[in-house]
Design a protein around this ligand. Structure first.
Ligand code: ACK
Length: 655
């Protein structure tokens, strides 16, 4: 219990101070104008979407503008800019995924500004903002992975950040780099431990659109810098990005850019007052490095950056409001009418879930752990640890925790449309799920997984993705839930193995089911099954010994009769090309060899593009050694594992 509390306290500290952040942030402009499908604006926007990513990524400055069409509210103005340390391919993938996100996040909006994981920036609008050098639509973002700085050292930390940003901004604006981009590092040699917290090295980037003159760039960055004391510094955040149309700044306590810092500062112990500035003119070296990196794809880059962990320098004593994540038992009792059976939503691994409403009216789902299941407790702890660190629109949000009177409960946002399996496998409900909704659900799940695998500061494998672990909100947006089995991969791990295979039979990849090996490709496999289930409305009923769904799909795929398999609930009117694309992607995801399965980033790009030609899948093969002992999480409620020795879930070193 003490350990749980300690973990919870630390996690609570993190949670309380971290505002939600997502890998892709789309700002649907408040000018509020929408276009209609088929309008000139829609056609022109389609042209921009098709051309802008290629144009920007193939330009040496990784920047492009577009003006397509003529006439008010028919012309589309757009810009696309990638971070200056990227290579063309990474830039292309980033811009494409940003635009496909924009269509999902701001459907039919005429004016959208998009920031993709601090990696590229886009805006399109019916207004001619391209001619102006105003840094409009500027906003500060705070990622979930920036821990809070202990308040006793925050003043010093912010001062160092300001110094570093200024030097980096000056260098970007100086015109030394064609890309109007600079990277910086503050090497902190001072020991501030007596103040109650250590300050790690700080990293920064500054960038303007390359069409600005050095003076315009300097003025733009100065404007962004001026916002820092108001928008950023009061939050005591160890990182932030300040993004605008024409220029932006970012800092963090881990290196998030490629190559060496162009500007390096040294912070020496205070009193000596010798902050020396060494500007390293390393442009040629960096260009050479970028060239060498040019064959490395987006996922590799993201993985590399995700492996650089933000150092933790939180001072627990320093945080006043850690209680905020705790919700009192009495509150939850009254929220659920004393856990009335009528409020029971169902039972999941290790506990029952109840619907409730907090005093402020917020609807919640309370997962109440069955008493004394050691493994259940482990999973709950795991889930809590994951969920407070992860925030994404396609992951279910945790609201609080209750640990009173021997009760262990997790409180989530309530998802009124229940889990996906209650719809897609129910002929009465599935008729109401048209193709558009299904495609949005597939996209959302893909993005949630992409975030887990590649966009967060850690690599996380969910390990139990299935239709019943995808919940649907009021707008039928999907959110991945149940992180009890999820695992974090550390820096040097690309694969893990476990002696106890826990998961759900129909969704397990062969290498996991047979040998306990798992990588992110385990989730990709489960995702593939899920896609095939969503398209066909059929369950992959491996567990009951019927034909595997993917064998059935494969048979129809090669015979060219796949239409026979699509869910009758879809009716006759659905875009056949998109359905076929999803089946193709589903089949690629369930390839026997994990390396033949695409990464989730690739899946997201494939889903968002109508022009990329997909690889043809090999025949998916699956051999399950039934003599191995499995624990199917769907069975856990009926067979609680109270006596399961803790050692059996210890991870083994990769073989
Ligand atoms: O399929 P369902 O209706 O959706 O039944 C299961 C049940 O609890 C056991 O897991 C439901 N459930 C779980 N979490 C939530 C949530 N956050 N909001 C609504 N229902 C939930 C799930």
């Amino acid at each position: 219990m003490a350990t749980i509390l300690a973990a919870v306290l630390i996690l609570a500290v993190l949670h309380h101070h971290l505002p939600p952040a997502e890998a892709v942030t789309s700002i649907c402009s408040s000018n509020g104008r929408n276009y209609t499908e088929g309008s000139s604006y829609a056609v022109n926007l389609g042209r921009v979407i098709d051309s802008l990513p290629t144009k920007a990524s193939s330009s040496p400055s990784l920047f492009a503008t577009a003006t397509v069409g003529a006439g008010a509210n028919q012309t589309v103005y757009a810009i696309g800019l990638c971070r200056g340390d990227l290579v063309a391919y990474t830039c292309l993938v980033c811009l494409r995924s940003g635009l496909s996100d924009a269509k999902l996040d701001c459907p039919l909006a005429m004016d959208v500004s998009i920031d993709v994981a601090d990696t590229c920036h886009l805006r399109f609008s019916n207004l001619d903002f391209v001619a102006s050098t105003n840094n409009s639509v500027q906003q500060a973002f705070f990622s979930t992975y920036y821990p809070t700085v202990a308040s006793s050292v925050a003043g010093r930390f912010n001062a160092l950040v300001a110094q570093l940003l200024q030097a980096t901004a000056d260098y970007a604006a100086s015109g030394s780099s064609e890309r109007r981009f600079a990277t910086g590092e503050m090497v902190v040699d001072e020991d501030t431990s007596q103040l109650g917290g250590l300050i790690p090295n700080i990293f920064a980037t500054a960038q303007c659109t390359p069409d600005l003159t050095p003076a315009q760039c300097g003025a733009c960055l100065a404007g962004a810098m001026a916002e820092m004391p108001r928008q950023v510094f009061p939050r005591n955040s160890s990182g932030a990005s300040f993004v605008g149309e024409r220029c932006g700044l970012r800092f963090a306590t881990y290196s998030f850019y490629n190559g060496n810092a162009m500007v390096q500062l040294h912070a020496r112990p205070q009193g000596k007052k010798t902050a020396t500035t060494t500007v390293l003119i390393t442009v040629f070296a960096i260009l050479a490095e970028l060239l060498a990196l040019s064959l490395v794809g987006f996922w590799v880059w993201k993985k590399k950056s995700s492996q650089r962990k933000a150092p933790l320098f939180i001072n627990v004593e320093d945080v006043e409001n850690f209680e905020s994540i705790f919700i009192g038992l009495s509150i939850l009792r009254s929220a659920t009418n004393n856990f009335d059976e009528k409020n029971k939503l169902g039972e999941g691994g290790f506990g029952a879930v109840y619907k409730g409403a907090l005093p402020d009216g917020q609807e919640i789902a309370v997962k109440r752990l069955y008493q004394s299941t050691k493994q259940g407790l482990g999973q709950m702890k795991n889930e809590l640890a994951m969920m407070v660190k992860l925030q994404h629109k396609n992951l279910v949000r945790i609201i609080g925790v209750c640990l009173e009177d021997g009760e262990h409960m997790l409180v989530y946002e309530y998802m009124p449309n229940k889990s996906l399996d209650t719809i897609i496998f129910d002929p009465d409900r599935s008729v109401h799920l048209d193709w558009g909704s299904r495609f949005r659900i597939i996209n959302g799940i893909a993005r949630g997984l992409q975030y887990l695998h590649e966009h967060s500061q850690m690599t996380i494998v969910h390990r139990d993705l299935k239709a019943s672990n995808v919940l649907l909100d009021a707008d039928m947006k999907p959110k991945i839930s149940d992180f009890g089995l999820a695992k974090i991969f550390t820096d040097d791990q690309t694969r893990k193995a476990t002696s106890l295979i826990i998961g759900t039979l129909g969704y397990m990849s062969p290498e996991y089911a047979l040998r306990g090996h798992y990588t992110t490709k385990l989730d990709v496999f489960s995702f593939g099954i899920l896609v095939l289930e969503i398209v066909t409305g059929r369950r992959n009923n491996y567990a009951v010994n019927t034909e595997d769904l993917f064998s059935l799909v494969w048979k129809h795929w090669v015979e060219g009769t796949i239409a026979e398999l699509s869910d009758p609930g879809l009716g006759r009117h659905y875009p056949r090309g998109e359905v076929l694309k999803c089946i193709n992607i589903g089949l690629l995801c369930v390839q026997q060899n994990p390396t033949d399965r695409p990464s989730m980033s690739t899946v997201v790009v494939m889903l968002g593009s109508d022009t990329i030609s997909l690889e043809a899948p090999y025949r998916p093969a699956y051999v399950l050694n039934r003599s191995r002992s499995y624990i199917d999480t769907t069975e856990l409620v009926k067979e609680p594992l109270c006596s399961e020795p803790q050692s059996s879930i210890t991870e083994l070193e990769p073989r």
